[in-house]
Design a protein around this ligand. Structure first.
Ligand code: FAD
Ligand code: DHB
Length: 390
């Protein structure tokens, strides 16, 4: 098999890259080691920045998002038993966020690709990349029992944090930056109308909690827990009890409903530099991870492949390599902004027993500043909706 761009991974990064290349008439093959069903059901992010939503539309895969996505112009910060609205759009030049699940983005991209024809193979095994320092890199894999080799001009490593592409780069060629957190998030999807019109990020002495949503009938809720916590210790009743305790304020109550899904996610910050080696380009979680508090992971993945697709188009249409050469540095500017924002939001909102009373009072001071100073709130707003230039 031969193609122009071999894409490893059918998450948001790989699928969107394939879509952008298809629009520009560049061939690609997408290889995914999980099943279509698994990839479409895996519940993850839900907040699209304005720029991400705009890209879905310009890529011709935004129709359902425009119908079903819910535009939000603000979020609420809760601390000391009170809620304070941050008017995102007023502070960030009219820009907004769209609530639309990553599962739905992935379903729309898969449906578009399968309808128009370029190869997208699920359930591939034993994926490895070779020859990335040469002009003719290749991807080896097995599919339906048979071993295959896909020869490419370029390989896009869109295979997430645990993929095979980043480890294919010689360790000495990469610099990595990492920070762990003593926190995890326990997330649930519940069949109940959201109890608030906007997201609530709640600072609480029992730990952080977040109220989000997926649709008028589906709530998405998170509570801070230990990263190594066993989900078996969290029957639904205990989760609701904790959500009531952390999100509740006078005159408001949280509506409960059947829990459709629940899981625990650890948190880390991670960046690898550069995001390219020879003819292998990394994008999305394969190159960087943020803790989820800033809602940036999915948005960064989409921002990466926008730049990668533009660089590949310049190369194929005009033989111009400058976009590809500048790819890593251009991505990393946005990545580090998001790393800082996500670390900052995480540090401000989570209960951290290692930080002591000093840490707690600093958090509350910062929250008060954010909710009383337009300058401080603007910093949060423009980062949250996504900066146009970084
Ligand atoms: P991924 O979505 O990870 O896609 C990579 C794809 O590559 C996967 O489909 C994987 O199966 C495939 N793959 C892996 N290895 C191979 C291989 N060897 N061969 C072929 N294919 C391979 N962000 C938020 O903003 N909010 C959240 O609430 C949130 N929750 C999250 C929960 C979890 C459990 C995780 C892991 C992430 C979460 N994120 C969240 C982050 C966000 O979902 C990611 O940043 C986003 O999925 C990145 O997209 P991606 O395409 O780069 O990677
Ligand atoms: C959601 C996830 C986030 O990480 C976040 O900051 C806000 C909302 C969500 O899944 O809805």
């Amino acid at each position: 098999m031969r193609t122009q761009v071999g894409i490893v991974g059918a998450g948001p990064a790989g699928l969107m890259l394939g879509r952008l290349l298809e629009q520009a008439g560049i061939e690609s093959v997408v290889l995914e080691n999980r099943s279509r069903d698994y990839v479409e059901q895996r519940i993850r992010a839900g907040v699209l920045e304005q720029g991400t939503a705009d890209m879905l539309v310009s890529a011709g895969v935004g129709d359902r998002m425009r119908r079903e996505g819910i535009v939000h112009h603000g979020i609420e910060l809760q601390y000391d038993g009170e809620r304070h609205r941050i008017p995102l759009s007023d502070l960030a030049g009219g820009r907004a966020i769209v609530i639309y699940g990553q599962t739905e983005v992935v379903k729309d991209l898969i449906a578009a690709r399968l309808a128009s024809g370029p190869p997208l193979l699920f359930d591939v095994d034993a994926v490895s990349v070779a020859g990335i320092e040469s002009q003719r890199p290749s991807i080896r894999f097995t599919h339906g029992g048979g071993a295959q080799t896909l020869d490419c001009d370029f390989v896009a490593g869109c295979d997430g944090f645990h993929g095979v592409c980043r480890p294919a780069i010689p360790a000495g060629a990469l610099r990595t930056f990492e920070r762990g957190y003593p926190f995890g998030w326990l997330g649930i999807l519940a069949a109940v109308a959201p109890s608030n019109d906007e997201l609530i990020y709640a600072h609480n002495e029992r730990g952080f909690a977040l109220l989000s949503l997926r649709s008028p009938e589906l709530s998405r809720l998170y509570i801070q827990c230990r990263p190594d916590e066993d989900i078996a210790e969290w029957p639904d009743a205990r989760i609701w009890e904790e959500l009531h305790a952390r999100l509740g304020i006078d005159g408001w109550s949280l509506a409960e409903g059947p829990v459709l899904e629940k899981g625990i996610t650890g948190m880390r910050s991670f960046v690898t530099e550069p995001m390219q080696y020879g003819r292998l380009f990394l994008a999305g979680d394969a190159a960087h991870i943020v803790p989820p508090t800033g809602a940036k992971g999915l948005n960064l993945a989409i921002a990466d492949v926008k730049l990668l697709a533009a660089g590949l188009v310049d190369y194929y249409e005009r033989g111009d390599r400058r976009g590809l050469e500048a790819y890593s540095a251009a991505c990393l500017r946005r990545v580090w902004r998001a790393e800082h924002f996500s670390w900052w939001m995480t540090s401000m909102l989570h209960r951290d027993d290692t930080a002591g009373d000093f840490g707690l009072v600093l958090q509350l001071s910062q929250l008060r500043y954010l909710t009383t100073s337009t300058a401080a709130a603007t910093t949060l707003a423009e980062n949250y909706v996504g900066l146009e230039t970084v």
